[in-house]
Each structure stands twice: as structure tokens, then as C-alpha cells.
Design a protein around this ligand. Structure first.
Ligand code: ZN
Length: 438
């Protein structure tokens, strides 16, 4: 009996280790153990056994076993990635798991699965100097606790990884490109639009890969649009950007369909396409407010949209969550009336002469506003096509009222400028009739 083994001694090279393979991570249950030894019958053999942890050196857990049959041995346990190796001071004759080994492990796994993962520290516990540098080892009779020293935090285990890593799963990194420093790739979002009467397309959102300025607060060069046909490769988008990209691709589809239609077909379907586009923009603007690089891009013709935007056609822009209110103003002259559309936000008129579909770009604040409805937009665009002025001769006003204005003035607020008092008051046809006969 080798009772007085000095702690830390390395066992002879030819020491026999019996191996039990560990299936579910590094744990051993009594059921697993009982496959390796003819299970002794009766209760007596399991009583009066004293098993004590002694130490953890040279990657070996030593356990003293004083069993009721009078035997006294030290068991050495070595925990591998998928196996537990057991040596006994009895030498395990016949290279089979000995009674001491069985009874000791049986005892250690008495209450529950014997957890062995805490002893598995590849590259660390094999050398006690390294072990003592990184790990704290507490040994009591009943347990051994091995924990990383506080200053090393969570130590990576080869083949296993970090403790508790399974608590969360990683998805697309949230901030890879969100707040880059200068001179880095970043995703910018621009509203691609044009103006005019012909070849005008519905504005669409485009993602664009660019390079940031030194301070990182601007994009100095634009490399590539994110097209359905040609996606920007190898970019980690944030969740916010992924939502914007989905919207962008849907908008591109709608704009292409609307743009390609002609004549009667266009009239009928374009209203529903325009509504779909407005809805997508309603979803996009709150997301765009979270983005750092926002621009507007003048496209000329959508079908000639380049794969790479031209810097000179790119402008800064800011979105507002406010929706403009459309109203009208009626003014009376000597022989005619003039009707004008007014777009306000919180009572303040926006300043613009021209507008792309669905939006108003305010010159005074540089803010971009999404129109409240397709109908508002249609009306406003129609007014703007004609210099924002409808002229009605006095003698035609009654007919204008009956055929168009009565309806318009019930849906929209109309201000009338009284020619005498110069006061602005809500339009009322009954008050106008006095002037009509004049
Ligand atoms: Zn033995």
C-alpha cells in the first residue's frame, strides 16, 4: 500500500489508467459507472466507506478511499474531453476497473451526476505553475472547487469555449458598421428621387456603401448602391439596416413597375402602387432617424441608376416625423379668384417650388417631410404643375363651386382673404355670393 504519496508526484509512466468514456459533456452518473463493474449486491458493501478528496495536482484529482473491507487506496482521476481515466494504488490487476475505483466513484456520484467539467482545463492544469497562475484551487474532504482567478475572468477552454457561452446566441453584430471611425466603410441611406413632369419616378430608399471622412461624421466617397441585381457584398448590417434594406428592395420593385407603365394602365394601377410606396416610407422614416449617414440623391432617370452614385448628386438631408397638412387659400381680385395650395407643419408654411412625389423638401429647414396621404400628394402635385395657382373668373365661380370646390372645401381647410378687411377667414360660399354680384 502506497499510503504516503507526496502530493505533486508524477505517477510512474507505466501506471495503468482505466478509461470510462463520457457521453454527455463531462459528467459521470452511477448508471454509466455500473456498466464498467459487476455491481456488488446487498447494502452492506456500500456502508462504512470513507472517501475523501485529497488534492488536484498534475491534472490528477486524488481521492483517498478507506473502504469497509479494510482496504486503503488513493485513486487518481484524470478528466479528458470525452473520457475519465482512473488509476488506483492497487495497480488494477488485470487492467480492469478495481473495486476501489468502482466504490470511490460510486460514492462520489452518490447524490447526483459527478460533474467533471471543472477539472478540465487543457493547457493549464497539466503544469501546476500555470494552473496556480490562472486558477484558484480549493480542496476540502467533500469537494474540490477550481475557478479562474478574478483577474482572468472567463478563461477559454480548448474544445469547449467559454463558460456559460450557451446562454445567448449571436446574430448579426449590431454595431459593426454603425459608428465607424474615420476612413472606414459605412452604409449610407439615400432617398433617390427626381423632379418634373415627365420621367418622374416615385422616390425610393437606396442603401449605399461609402467611406467615412476622417472624423467619421460624413461619407466622403460612395462606392456602390445596394441593388437587387447587385448586392453590396460582405457587409454586416445592423437589425435596423436589415429592415431598411428590405423596405428599399420592395420600393425599388414598385418604382420600376410604376415607371414602366403607360397610358390607361398607369392611371389605374399607379394609385395603388403609390399608396404601397407611401406605406413603405412610413415604415422607413423612423428607422432612418436612427441611421448616421443619410443623404438625398438626384437620379435623373431611374432606369439609368448607376451602380455607383455620383458624389456631386448627393446632398445631406434630414427627415422629420411630422406630416405636413395641406390647406388652400382663396384670394379675390377685381375680376377673378385665385386658389393656392399651402403646406404647413405646426402652422408654419413650408417653402418649396417643386417637389418629388410623396415628399416635400422644405428649403427653410432642409427637412424632408412625407406627405400625409396619396390624395394630398396628388392634389399638391397637380397645383404645382400649374405654378400653384388656379384662376377662376368671377362669372365662373358658381360653377367652380358646384363642380369642384364645394367638395374640396369640405375635405380641406380653405382660407378666404376678404378683399375689404384683408382678414383671413375660413371659406364660406354664402359669404362669397355677396361679392359675386358686384
Ligand atoms: Zn484499486
Amino acid at each position: 500500500m502506497k499510503k504516503n504519496i507526496r502530493p505533486g508526484i508524477i505517477l510512474p509512466k507505466d501506471t495503468f489508467f482505466y478509461t470510462i468514456s463520457l457521453e454527455s459533456r463531462q459528467g459521470l452518473t452511477r448508471e454509466m459507472l455500473e456498466l464498467h463493474y459487476p455491481v456488488p449486491k446487498g447494502r452492506k458493501v456500500y456502508m462504512g466507506n470513507h472517501v475523501e478528496y485529497k488534492g488536484f495536482k498534475n491534472a490528477l484529482i486524488s481521492v483517498e478511499a478507506k473502504l469497509s473491507d479494510g482496504s486503503e487506496n488513493i485513486l487518481y482521476l484524470h478528466v479528458g474531453l470525452t473520457e475519465l481515466d482512473i488509476a488506483c494504488t492497487c495497480g488494477m490487476p488485470g487492467e480492469k476497473l478495481c473495486f476501489h475505483g468502482f466504490m470511490t466513484l460510486h460514492n462520489l456520484a452518490w447524490f447526483r451526476r459527478l460533474e467533471l467539467e471543472d477539472y478540465y482545463w487543457p493547457g493549464i492544469v497539466d503544469d501546476d505553475k500555470i494552473k496556480d497562475k490562472f486558477l484558484t484551487t480549493e480542496v476540502t474532504k467533500n469537494w474540490i472547487k477550481i475557478t479562474p482567478k478574478e483577474k482572468y475572468g472567463n478563461i477559454f477552454k480548448s474544445n469547449i469555449g467559454f463558460a456559460e457561452r450557451e446562454r445567448f446566441s449571436l446574430t448579426t453584430p449590431a454595431k459593426t458598421l454603425a459608428f465607424p471611425h474615420g476612413g472606414q466603410e459605412a452604409i449610407a441611406y439615400c432617398i433617390a428621387y427626381n423632379l418634373g413632369e415627365h420621367h418622374v419616378h416615385l422616390p425610393i430608399l437606396m442603401a449605399c456603401l461609402g467611406i467615412t471622412s476622417k472624423q467619421g461624421n460624413d461619407i466622403v466617397s460612395f462606392k456602390q448602391f445596394n441593388h437587387q441585381k447587385k448586392l453590396i457584398p460582405n457587409v454586416s448590417y445592423t437589425a435596423n439596416q436589415q429592415m431598411l434594406n428590405t423596405i428599399s428592395l420592395q420600393q425599388h420593385d414598385i418604382a420600376k413597375r410604376q415607371y414602366g407603365m403607360a397610358g390607361e394602365e398607369k392611371k389605374q394601377e399607379s394609385q395603388s402602387l403609390k399608396q404601397a410606396m407611401l406605406t413603405l416610407w412610413e415604415q422607413a422614416i423612423p428607422l432612418l432617424l436612427k441611421e448616421r449617414y443619410i443623404y438625398r440623391y438626384y437620379t435623373y432617370w431611374l432606369r439609368y441608376l448607376r451602380s455607383k452614385p455620383r458624389k456631386s448628386d448627393m446632398r445631406d438631408c434630414k427627415y422629420s416625423l411630422e406630416r405636413p397638412v395641406l390647406s388652400f387659400q382663396l384670394k379675390m381680385y377685381q375680376d377673378h379668384f385665385a386658389l393656392e395650395a399651402i403646406v404647413t407643419v405646426n402652422g408654419n408654411p413650408l417653402q418649396f417650388k417643386n417637389k418629388p412625389p410623396l415628399f416635400v423638401f422644405d428649403k427653410a429647414t432642409d427637412l424632408i417631410y412625407l406627405m400625409a396621404s396619396v390624395q394630398d400628394d396628388d392634389l399638391l402635385r397637380w397645383m404645382l404643375l400649374h405654378n400653384n395657382r388656379l384662376t377662376i373668373l368671377k362669372q365662373h365661380f358658381r360653377e367652380f363651386q358646384d363642380t369642384f370646390f364645394a367638395e374640396l372645401s369640405t375635405f380641406y381647410l380653405v382660407h378666404f382673404i376678404d378683399p375689404n378687411s384683408k382678414k383671413i377667414e375660413p371659406y364660406d360660399y354664402n359669404n362669397i355670393t355677396n361679392y359675386l354680384s358686384m
